[in-house]
Design a protein around this ligand. Structure first.
Ligand SMILES: Cc1cc2nc3c(=O)[nH]c(=O)nc-3n(C[C@H](O)[C@H](O)[C@H](O)COP(=O)(O)OP(=O)(O)OC[C@H]3O[C@@H](n4cnc5c(N)ncnc54)[C@H](O)[C@@H]3O)c2cc1C
Length: 449
């Protein structure tokens, strides 16, 4: 249904939730006024030019999946879907610390059966462990797996998962999708991820790799907003929601300018929200929930070498500090100069990075390089020329079982103020998909308010 109105909706925050909300406003005939504190859009999903190498890098490697309905719809609206390279089916090489390799290859059958067969064909896992994993997958499919209030670790123990399948399969999935150790992660979110992504239908489990810097994916937004009579204000921090008679009538910027609109969607993270006049927007219970949100870091390590040493596009690494390695030279186009100067370029991801977050960048870069040399023998002959370590200390909220039961809802106590963002009650972990879904849902609430 398309409703055309003359409404103006103020969207605070131009991360993925804000971008998705702005595009949904346009689709529904509402004029978006998108306001962002930083001089760029994208929030926690952005790219920039690294000064020492002149190469475009992301604030952290992002992976998408075939089940990302809302995020992919957002890229469709931006006209940038072609910048993602989809795998025909999920195929993930797993490297052990000693260099031996296993592959989770779901390409032999369509959908969840392919993933199940891929697990069955893992070579370095015993038959007994694979049977346990597949039994759990089947229980999840038929909603027979109990998980209420459990952590992912408790859930795996309750369902008798042997340690080797936890180490070689479940833990990497939990780290990658929930940015958490199994002990801290909510089992209900893990179950949702497994249902939607790994054991979803059709292409749900296929991975999609961006072939351009993340910011390039969102570049057309400004033009689209202007073409539809909306506006975008960068470098503009909001300090207050302007209230009149129990309703919002706009927002106030840090430099005391007023921006007026009919509805307000706040897509900013919990800490930023607490700096607004939050007592007027959510009730006491929601205010104390906001204080419960804690965050989990992700460290991204970009390494440039004098030669390429990897054949795969990307790979998971087991029992090492490094969890994922992405072969940027196979994924992203770059300049001739960068290719000549740095023929080898990889990015590494360390999720739930608390144990190393206080180490120096130099230490992390060299430690991870040593790990690569153990896993990829060809890396022994490659000289490290440059490195960049990015520590996103508040990469995502920590999705604990305690928090999961009462994440904040879209609606607030003010009839025309809505919340969105990956941390709201999306039923998903903090992901691009959760963020995009929350933005769209906030606009849907406006339409049916
Ligand atoms: C290193 C890293 C790797 C990741 N990897 C993946 C991945 O592989 N796959 C995946 O799906 N997800 C991944 N994620 C998670 C994903 O990036 C986030 O879930 C998503 O980007 C969150 O979007 P958001 O719009 O909810 O929040 P944000 O991106 O935080 O956007 C909020 C925006 O609000 C702005 N703002 C704050 N306060 C104000 C104010 N007062 N006034 C105006 N503006 C304000 C901020 O500047 C920001 O731009 C990763 C995240 C990180 C950090």
């Amino acid at each position: 249904m398309k409703i055309t109105s003359h409404k103006r909706c103020i969207i605070v925050g131009a991360g993925v939730a804000g971008i998705a909300a702005a595009l949904e406003c346009i689709a529904q005939g509402i004029q978006p006024i998108l306001i962002e504190a930083k001089p760029y859009i994208g929030g926690r999903a952005r790219s920039f030019v690294d000064k020492s190498t002149n190469e475009t890098i992301d604030n952290g490697q992002h992976l998408m999946m075939g089940c990302y309905t809302y995020f992919l719809q957002m890229l469709e609206r931006l006209g940038t879907t072609h910048l993602l390279k989809p795998q025909p089916a999920m195929k993930v090489p797993f490297y052990n610390a000693d260099g031996t390799k296993d592959v989770l290859d779901a390409s032999r059958m369509k959908g969840k059966n392919g993933v199940a067969l891929g697990i069955w064909n893992l070579k370095r896992v015993s038959t007994a462990s694979k049977l346990r994993a597949l039994l759990l997958a089947a229980k999840i499919q038929f909603n027979l797996a109990s998980y209420n209030g459990m952590s992912a670790a408790e859930f795996l123990q309750y369902h008798k998962q042997p340690q080797e399948i936890i180490t070689r399969l479940w833990e990497p999935v939990i780290l990658a999708t929930l940015n958490s150790t199994p002990e801290n992660a909510s089992a209900s979110l893990l179950v949702e991820v497994l249902k939607r992504a790994m054991f979803g239908s059709g292409d749900a489990s296929s991975l999609l790799l961006p072939q351009a810097g993340l910011s390039v994916l969102f570049e057309p937004l400004e033009n689209i907003i202007h073409q539809h009579g909306g506006s975008i204000m960068l470098s503009t921090e909001i300090k207050e929601v302007l209230m009149f008679d129990g309703n919002a009538i706009g927002v106030v910027t840090q430099d005391d300018r007023e921006v007026r609109g009919d509805d307000v969607i706040l897509t900013i993270p919990p800490r930023a929200l607490q700096r607004l006049n939050i007592q007027q927007i959510v009730d006491g219970k929601a205010q104390s929930t906001l204080q419960e949100y804690v965050f989990s870091p992700i460290i991204s390590v970009y390494l440039w070498f004098d030669k390429n040493f990897m054949d795969d596009d990307f790979a998971a690494m087991l029992e090492t500090t490094t969890q994922w390695v992405f072969n940027k030279r196979k994924m992203i186009q770059t300049t001739k100069e960068c290719l000549q100067q740095y023929p080898g370029h990889v990015s590494l991801t360390v999720s739930a990075a608390n144990p190393i977050v206080h180490e120096s960048a130099e230490h992390i870069a060299h430690h991870c390089t040593e790990e690569l040399r153990k896993v990829f023998p060809a890396a022994h002959d490659a000289t490290l020329l440059q490195y960049k370590v990015i520590k996103e200390k508040q990469a995502t909220f920590l999705a604990t079982p305690q928090l999961e039961s009462h994440r904040l809802q879209v609606r607030t106590t003010v009839p025309n103020v809505y919340l969105a963002g990956d941390w709201t009650n999306t039923g998903l972990p903090a992901t691009l998909e959760g963020a995009a879904q929350s933005g769209v849902k906030a606009v849907t609430e406006i339409i049916f308010a």
